[in-house]
Design a protein around this ligand. Structure first.
Ligand code: SAM
Length: 404
């Protein structure tokens, strides 16, 4: 026990993430043995919790094990019938230990919080993070990346130990989880506290420490909405300037999904405009916008200086009863010469006429020499239809124009 205590003490004394990874490199070989000696329950409990709620085909399910360490989570989940694992960790030696277990089809090195999670969006049935949502390890904001990697309808399982210096971290974690629930990104399935999480390995703590398990289910209805992802990807694939310096005007920004997506592609400056105060308040919470303005588009003039934005995006609101087609002239006006205007428009029954008018206006502006078309495409699986009169998926279009 004394050597285990020494290990934990030296883990705490590391100041930077890089030092922490060096520490884990040095611990890798003895990690499983030491975890067993402190009765570490996190991996067993996480596996059991996922298993008791998972109703799909476990043999076919793909599990992303984030901060997988030596692979204890995969070992436990295999006991419950799960068979496909991808592991990610910041320590090479921990990954080498995980490799030896022969359970992972892929193992990736990544410093979470410093580097983007190397996982395709919406591609995992279950995402687990065990034993590393803690002070000095994985920052709370990374749970958004876990959510992103999860399939709609899939599960994200997280654990967090209690104990002295974790109170603040845990409060921030739970705040973020709840905020994401309010935003309709996922819903809480199960949260519980286990008092005997592990034996304390710190001299300052007596006996056992407690820990929490959190299981969330990613909502399937809203999250299949592809407009913001596609708009961000389209702008990104054509933008050749300095993204860090570019200023993006997000028109009808809503809760800020466009800025979130564009940030993933390196854009860093956003101004948002919307007609709903409550939507702007949600956007404000994301901390991505340098300015947010209330404006009833179509009734009030776009509050944006002429020729001042590198990119202007309008996503999900060029539609019947929302933003009138003529507003795209104002978007063009706010854009810098040489800048881009990206627009999206869903298809579906009542949108045919609106879409025809939109495309007519876009083309007319091209004929007038105001902009030139860079890219237009149709995505068939734009979003799941939310109307009883429409079945399955509806399609949508993305339009990218470059101001002359
Ligand atoms: C206590 S171990 C948990 C391992 C495994 N999930 C388990 O429960 O047994 C913590 C793991 O998180 C990894 N880790 C901590 N912070 C990290 C970060 N920011 N990026 C990548 N890996 C990190 C460490 O390398 C280590 O393998």
């Amino acid at each position: 026990m004394n050597t285990v205590k020494a290990m934990f003490a030296s883990c705490r004394s590391t100041a930077t993430l890089e030092e922490k990874m060096i520490f884990y490199d040095s611990w890798a070989e003895k990690y499983d043995q030491d975890s067993a000696s402190v009765n570490y329950q996190a991996t067993t409990l996480a596996a059991k919790t996922v298993s008791s709620h998972y109703t799909g085909d476990r043999g076919a399910a793909v599990v992303l094990d984030v901060a997988c360490g030596t692979g204890l989570v995969a070992e436990q989940m295999k006991e419950y019938g799960f068979g496909n694992f991808v592991g990610i960790d910041g320590s090479k030696a921990m990954l080498e230990q995980a490799q030896k277990k022969g359970l992972y089809q892929d193992l990736k090195l990544c410093l979470l919080g410093e580097q983007r999670l190397p996982a395709e969006k919406g591609s995992f049935d279950v995402v687990v993070i065990c034993g590393s949502l803690s002070v000095g390890h994985v920052p709370v904001r990374v749970i958004k990346e876990l959510w992103s990697a999860c399939k709609p309808g899939g599960y994200v399982c997280m654990t967090c130990r209690h104990g002295g210096d974790h109170q603040e971290y845990r409060a921030a974690l739970e705040d973020t989880q709840k905020q994401m629930e309010e935003e309709g990104l996922w819903s809480c399935v199960n949260v519980f506290v286990e008092e005997k999480w592990s034996k304390s390995a710190l001299d300052s703590e007596e006996g056992f420490i407690a820990g929490s398990v959190y299981l969330y289910k990613k909502d399937s209805a809203s999250v299949n909405y592809q407009a913001t992802t596609l708009a961000a990807k389209t702008v990104s694939s054509h933008y050749t300037g300095d993204r860090g310096a570019a200023v993006v005007l997000d028109v009808a920004c809503g809760t800020g999904l466009v800025a979130e997506q564009m940030k993933e592609y390196g854009f860093g400056n956003f101004v948002g405009i919307d007609g709903s105060k409550a939507m702007l308040e949600q956007a404000q919470k994301k901390g991505l916008y340098q300015d947010l303005k209330l404006c009833l588009l179509g009734e009030q003039r776009l509050p944006a200086e002429k020729g001042s934005f590198d990119v202007v995006v309008i996503c999900g609101s060029l539609s019947v009863g929302h933003v009138p087609v003529r507003v795209i002239k104002e978007l063009w006006s706010a854009c810098k010469p040489g800048g881009y205007v990206c627009m999206t428009c869903r298809h579906g029954g009542d949108h045919q006429e609106y879409r025809a008018a939109l495309e007519d206006t876009q083309k007319q502006m091209e004929e007038e020499g105001l902009w030139s078309c860079v890219n237009v495409f149709v995505e068939e699986k734009w979003s799941k239809s939310a109307l009883d009169s429409e079945e399955g998926f509806i399609a949508g279009s993305v339009y990218l124009y470059k101001k002359v």
